[in-house]
Design a protein around this ligand. Structure first.
Ligand code: ATP
Ligand code: MG
Length: 572
C-alpha cells in the first residue's frame, strides 16, 4: 500500500476520552474512529490488523475440525424466552422491535440460535460430534463502555458451539478447543495464560479463560509457576490458616472512634494493623433481610464466592446506608460481631483472629480485644475473600498474582440450553437423547487492544509481527528531491512484495521527522529507509521497532535480509 494514496491522519495529542494506552494509540495511529459510545469504525490500517487476527483464529478453528457458519446478528425474542434469558440477561441485551411490533435483540451471544439450528438440523448420533463456529459482530449494551475496543458495545467475537451425545465426547472437543486456543494466542505472538474460571451467566460446569498478560488488565490471575496452577482470582480458593487461633489475651474494651469508619481510619487511630481489624460488610440477604460478611481488614471480599452462599441474594448487592441504618439502627462503618442482630458469616482468616478490633454496633464506637467464642459467638465460617500473593495454591505451591485481559473463554455447557430448547438426537437404540454442549468464545477485536496493552512504548505501538498491519514499512526520504530515490524505492517496494511480504510504502511528500515518528506510532516491526545519501553508497537503513536495533544493508541484499528478519521474529 502506498501511503500517498491513503488519507491517514494521526494525532499528536492523546485524545481526552481515552483512558487506556490501547485506546489512545488506536485513535492516535488512525486505526479506529469512534462513532458513538462503545461503537467504532475500523479504518483501513486497523482493519488489516483485525483481519490478520481473524485469519489465525479461522485457520486454527478449521484445523481443529470446527465448521464455519454465519448466523444472523438479529435474533427473535421467542428463542430467548424459551431459555428464560429474555428476562434474565437484563440490560446488556439490546432489544429491538420491528414494524409488526415483534421483539428481537441484537445478539450478545448465540446459544439460543445455534441450539435452535441444531435441533432442526441434527437427527442422529451419527452426525455427532459437531462444532460450529462463526466470526461475527456482537452487541452488548455495557453499563460503562470504556477502554475503547477492550469493553466496547459493538465488537467482533469468534464463538463456537459443539454438540455431543455424551460427556466423553464433550471432553474431547473441549480439550481440542483448549489446544486450538493455545495455538492461536501463541501464533499471534502474545504472552498469555490459561486459567480456571467461573462460568458466570452462561452457566454450565467446566470453564477456562485465556488472558493476555498486561498490567492494565481488568482481571487478576492467581498462579504458581512451580505447581502449574492458574485461576481467575474470582475462582481461586483460600484455605483455613494452618496455625490454630491464639488464645484470648486482651480484655474487651469499647473505644470512641467518632470520625473513623474505614479500616484505614480505624487502624490508624487505634495503631493496629489492618490485618488485626475486622471488616464487617452488610449485604442483601436471599430472605429479604441483611447478612453480614466479615473479613480481615487487609483482605477483599470475593463477589463470586459471596454470591454462591445460599444466605446471600444474587446478584450480590451491598446494603445501602439507609438499609443498614433501618435494619441495624447504626450508621455505616460501625458494624461488628459483638451483639450484632443479623446473621454473620466470617472468612477463614478472620475467624482465626484473636484480640482484634471491630465495630461496636454503636455510632462512633469500636471494640478492641474482641475474641470469638468469648465476646461473640463462634462464627459460621466460609471462604469469602480474594487470594493474596503468598497464599497457598491448591496444588501446594505459593500463589502469585498477575493482571490479565480476558481474550478467550471456553465452557462446558452440559444440557443447560439443549434441555430448555429440547435439542435431541436419536441414539444407537433409537431413543431420543438431549444433546450435551460446549461453547467457546474469543474476543477478536479485544485481542487487537490487548496486544497493544502488552506491546507498546513511549513512541507508540510495537506490534507482534503476526498481527502487524504490514510486515515492513519502506520509508522514502524526500522523494520530491530525487527521481533516483523514488525509482529505487518503487523497485524495492515491488521486490519485497514479490518475495511475499506485505509492504507499506511511505512515499508521501512529508518531512523525514514526521515519517519516522508516524512509523514508530504505527508500530510495524521492520522499517527500511531509503534516501539519497544512502543510495549513492548502495545502502538502505534497517531498523527493528521492538528494540531499535539498526543496520545498514546493501540495497541489493535488502530483500533477502528482510526475509531473514521476518523468519527470526515469527513465533509461529
Ligand atoms: P467480560 O467478563 O470481559 O465482560 P464475558 O465473560 O462477559 O467478558 P464472554 O461471554 O466470555 O465475555 O465472551 C467471550 C469473549 O468476548 C470474552 O472472552 C471477551 O474476550 C470478549 N468480550 C466480551 N465482552 C466484550 C466487550 N464488551 N468488548 C469486547 N470484547 C468483549
Ligand atoms: Mg467470559
Amino acid at each position: 500500500m502506498r501511503l500517498s494514496q491513503l488519507p491517514w491522519t494521526t494525532l499528536k495529542e492523546t485524545p481526552a476520552e481515552a483512558e487506556v494506552v490501547s485506546h489512545q494509540l488506536l485513535l492516535r495511529a488512525g486505526l479506529i474512529r469512534r462513532l458513538t459510545s462503545g461503537i467504532f469504525t475500523w479504518m483501513p490500517l486497523g482493519l488489516r490488523v483485525l483481519r490478520r487476527v481473524e485469519q489465525v483464529v479461522r485457520e486454527e478453528m478449521d484445523r481443529a475440525g470446527a465448521l464455519e457458519v454465519l448466523m444472523p446478528a438479529v435474533q427473535p425474542a421467542e428463542l430467548w424466552q424459551e431459555t428464560g434469558r429474555w428476562e434474565r440477561y437484563g440490560d446488556l441485551l439490546l432489544r429491538i422491535r420491528d414494524r409488526h411490533e415483534r421483539d428481537y435483540c441484537f445478539g450478545p451471544t448465540h446459544e439460543e440460535i445455534i441450539t435452535d439450528l441444531a435441533r432442526r438440523e441434527l437427527r442422529s448420533y451419527r452426525q455427532l460430534p459437531v462444532n460450529y463456529y462463526q466470526i461475527q459482530t456482537k452487541f452488548r449494551d455495557e453499563i460503562r463502555p470504556r477502554f475503547g475496543l477492550m469493553r466496547a458495545r459493538e465488537f467482533v467475537m469468534k464463538d463456537a458451539y459443539s454438540f455431543h451425545l455424551d460427556q466423553d465426547s464433550l471432553d474431547t472437543t473441549y480439550a481440542a478447543m483448549a489446544q486450538a486456543y493455545t495455538r492461536i494466542f501463541r501464533r499471534l505472538g502474545l504472552r498469555f495464560r490459561t486459567v480456571d474460571a467461573d462460568s458466570g451467566e452462561i452457566g454450565g460446569s467446566r470453564s477456562q479463560e485465556f488472558h493476555v498478560l498486561a498490567d492494565s488488565g481488568e482481571d487478576a490471575i492467581a498462579y504458581c509457576d512451580a505447581d502449574g496452577y492458574a485461576a481467575n482470582v474470582e475462582m481461586a480458593p483460600t484455605f483455613p490458616p494452618a496455625a490454630p487461633r491464639p488464645a484470648p489475651a486482651a480484655a474487651l474494651a469499647r473505644v470512641a472512634t467518632p470520625d473513623s469508619r474505614t479500616i484505614e481510619e480505624v487502624s490508624a487511630l487505634l495503631r493496629t494493623a489492618p490485618a488485626r481489624c475486622l471488616k464487617t460488610l452488610l449485604v442483601e440477604a436471599a430472605d429479604g433481610g441483611l447478612v453480614a460478611l466479615a473479613l480481615r481488614g487487609d483482605h477483599n471480599l470475593n463477589a463470586v464466592k459471596a454470591e454462591r452462599l445460599p444466605q446471600v441474594a444474587r446478584p450480590l448487592a451491598m446494603a445501602t446506608a439507609e438499609r443498614i441504618r433501618a435494619v441495624t439502627g447504626v450508621p455505616t462503618g460501625f458494624a461488628g460481631p459483638v451483639g450484632l442482630d443479623v446473621p454473620l458469616i466470617v472468612d477463614h482468616a478472620a475467624a482465626a483472629l484473636a484480640d482484634f478490633v471491630a465495630g461496636a454496633n454503636a455510632e462512633g464506637f469500636h471494640h478492641t480485644g474482641v475474641n470469638w467464642g468469648r465476646d461473640a459467638p463462634e462464627p459460621a465460617v466460609a471462604d469469602l475473600r480474594n487470594v493474596v500473593p503468598g497464599d497457598p495454591s491448591p496444588r501446594g505451591g505459593a500463589l502469585e498474582i498477575a493482571r490479565g485481559i480476558e481474550v478467550g473463554h471456553i465452557f462446558q455447557l452440559g444440557d443447560k440450553y439443549s434441555q430448555a430448547m429440547h435439542a435431541t438426537v436419536l441414539d444407537q437404540d433409537g431413543r431420543e437423547r438431549i444433546m450435551t454442549m460446549g461453547c467457546y468464545g474469543i474476543g477478536v477485536s479485544r485481542i487487537v487492544a490487548a496486544a497493544i496493552e502488552q506491546n507498546h512504548d513511549a513512541q507508540g505501538i510495537v506490534w507482534p509481527a503476526p498481527m502487524s498491519p504490514f510486515d515492513v514499512t519502506l520509508l522514502v526520504l524526500n522523494p520530491k528531491n530525487s527521481d533516483a530515490v523514488t525509482a529505487a524505492a518503487g523497485a524495492l517496494y515491488l521486490q519485497l512484495q514479490e518475495a511475499g511480504l506485505e509492504v507499506l510504502l511511505d512515499d508521501r511528500d512529508a518531512r523525514p521527522g514526521v515519517k519516522f515518528a508516524e512509523a514508530d506510532l504505527l508500530g510495524i516491526p521492520h522499517r527500511l529507509v531509503i534516501g539519497e545519501r544512502g543510495l549513492k553508497e548502495g545502502l538502505v537503513e534497517y531498523r527493528r521497532r521492538r528494540d531499535g536495533a539498526e543496520e545498514k544493508v546493501a540495497s541489493s541484499d535488502a530483500v533477502a535480509f528482510l526475509v531473514r528478519q521476518l523468519a527470526a521474529t515469527d513465533p509461529g
